[in-house]
Design a protein around this ligand. Structure first.
Ligand SMILES: Cc1cc2nc3c(=O)[nH]c(=O)nc-3n(C[C@H](O)[C@H](O)[C@H](O)COP(=O)(O)OP(=O)(O)OC[C@H]3O[C@@H](n4cnc5c(N)ncnc54)[C@H](O)[C@@H]3O)c2cc1C
Ligand code: SF4
Length: 503
């Protein structure tokens, strides 16, 4: 076992897995440290009981909420991180998302880079993660060339719904999806257990398949699993990280590194820096701004289902359409409301987790006649929405959602659309403040060290050889899924690291 590496990457999800893949091209020795293990390829991957009732792949750790109550975060620890379970809806942010935008509840701040800066990396990210889509249809689409792969055809049931949406004057567009060779032999079979399930046949574009596995093939990248970073250790002046303390299979070891890339996910990366406090960094590593852990965001998300007792829904792969008509303004307001997308099919077992006393057969009968949607709005960064760690190192998440009125209007509009499509009843469900799936923003990037933790290359303002490339760099959350932006920025940062540090 080596005791020193050129680069240690902590976490193997969207940010870390992509960084590993990019640095595999460098001559450096790279170690990826991942606290979990690989998800086994097994029948349970696609079993709703295993995934939703027995929570087979979920992290078992409990966090505390702002009131000190324990809760089970919706997150996963393992190779590929949360990308193993994502719906693979891989959106670019809109050009306007990089600018300051006024919302009902305040201003969503500007990013320190603009869309044009990230655009070439979005192109690369889409190729790397096999994104299928069609440009020129979504009215909010930023300037771009064609997608690398053609959009997934809509199932007949969804095509009928799309006609109905157009008749309402809306502009439905194909969802950009990261799937590997859909419909081809050995490729994605467009099944009904994708979002929230791992792909049993590795046909989902996740960070293990598209990042870690190819990186390991290059020869200069090593992966340690069951290896949890406990803290980063700096030189006495606190200017440089020298090593990482790692719990490897239950034993604590110290491993040296010339450069460290933290990518544990927004909550865990902030917690790791806070746990790495020292004499030189008494309030947590890289925390001269006092912002480490602050400005946590997570999107406002409501699951919705249109139900009609006489319309059996035969669609298996339903997640192919988006409605962005209210992204920049609502019909009755000039404020942005958010984004609507069709969702993977709800299974009876999933519905039963909301009201457990209803028998699963009743839910099965219900969901067989439903079409599923997600309404998602931007939440705004607030200093009081933050991650802290207790004396025992335990994570506490203080989060009070904001921009609720805009989200309520989006839900109302979605309900109206579904009723106009002829659905008799519209059901809604939200995990509210406990939904950590789109966590972001705890280590915001920016140009001013007083108001940001990272610089525009995601390098710590305070510690020169420390980078962070997961969702924590987001200064605002926008209202589309975050994954492709994490991947694109990781590719951009990797280029910068190779040009400036690994020559
Ligand atoms: C069910 C679900 C569906 C989703 N669907 C979509 C979607 O369709 N589109 C989209 O864009 N996004 C989606 N997301 C969100 C997306 O998965 C995340 O935004 C993305 O994975 C975040 O990337 P990350 O690099 O910040 O962190 P992660 O991907 O979470 O990776 C963090 C990694 O760090 C590891 N780690 C944590 N702490 C330590 C430590 N101390 N030491 C070592 N390793 C550590 C973790 O085990 C994990 O592997 C979804 C998420 C979920 C849960
Ligand atoms: S086969 Fe396709 S649709 Fe099914 S889980 Fe895998 S990637 Fe998702």
């Amino acid at each position: 076992m080596n005791t020193h590496y050129d680069v240690i990457i902590i976490g193997s999800g969207a940010g870390g897995g992509t960084m590993a893949r990019a640095l595999a091209k460098s001559p450096s020795r790279v170690l990826v440290v991942e606290r979990g293990v690989s998800v086994p390829q097994e029948p349970d991957n696609w079993n709703p009981e295993a995934v939703w009732k027995h929570l087979r792949y979920r992290a078992t750790e409990r966090w505390l909420d702002g009131q000190g109550e324990e809760f089970l975060p919706y997150t996963h620890y393992g190779v590929g991180g949360n990308t193993k379970f994502w719906g693979s809806v891989l959106y670019r942010l809109r050009r306007e998302d990089f600018l300051a935008i006024e919302h009902m509840d305040g201003v969503s701040p500007a990013w320190p880079i603009d869309y044009d800066t990230l655009e070439p990396y979005y192109d690369r990210a889409e190729r790397l993660y096999h994104v299928h889509g069609e440009s020129g249809i979504d009215p909010t689409e930023p300037p771009r060339g064609p997608f690398p792969y053609a959009s997934i055809p809509h199932a007949p049931g969804m095509a009928t719904i799309i006609d109905g949406l157009r008749q309402q004057g809306l502009h439905p567009s194909p969802l950009p999806l990261g799937l590997i060779r859909p419909g081809e032999p050995g490729g994605c079979v467009l099944c009904g257990t994708c979002n929230s399930f791992p792909c049993r046949i590795h046909a989902k574009s996740d960070a293990e398949v598209c990042g870690i596995e190819p990186a390991l093939g290059a020869g200069n990248v090593e992966l340690w699993t069951n290896a949890r970073a406990l803290g980063l250790v700096t030189d006495p002046a606190g200017k440089k990280v020298e090593s990482v303390d790692i719990e490897l299979n239950g034993e604590t070891i110290r491993v040296g590194a010339s450069l460290v890339v933290v990518s544990c996910g927004a909550v865990n990366s902030a917690a790791l820096l806070l746990r790495s406090a020292s004499g030189a960094h008494p309030n947590g590593l890289a925390n001269s701004s006092g912002l480490v852990g602050r400005r946590y965001m997570a999107h406002l998300a409501t699951m919705m289902q249109g139900f009609h007792p006489l319309r059996k829904n035969d669609t298996v792969f339903q997640k192919t359409v988006a409605i962005n008509d209210f992204y920049f303004r609502g019909p009755d307001t000039h404020y942005p409301l958010g984004h609507i997308q069709s969702q993977g099919r709800t299974h009876g077992v999933m519905a039963q987790t909301v009201v457990p006393w209803v028998p699963v057969w009743a839910y099965d009968a219900w969901v067989a006649r439903g079409v599923d949607w997600l309404a998602m709005s931007e939440d705004l960064p607030r200093d009081d929405n933050r991650v802290t760690v207790g004396r025992d190192g335990r994570i506490q998440l203080h989060y009070r959602p904001n921009n609720l009125a805009a989200h309520a209007q989006l839900v109302k509009e979605t309900r109206r659309i579904l009723h106009r499509l002829g659905f008799w009843k519209v059901m809604t469900h939200s995990h509210k403040s406990k939904n950590t799936t789109h966590q972001c923003g705890t280590l915001a990037f920016g140009t001013d060290p007083r108001t940001s933790v990272l610089d525009p290359w995601c390098r710590s303002h305070d510690v020169a050889n420390l980078f962070v490339v997961d969702a924590s760099f987001f200064p605002s959350s926008a209202a589309v899924n975050p994954g492709l932006t994490i991947v694109a920025q990781a590719l951009r940062v990797a280029d910068h690291i190779m040009a400036t540090e690994l020559r």
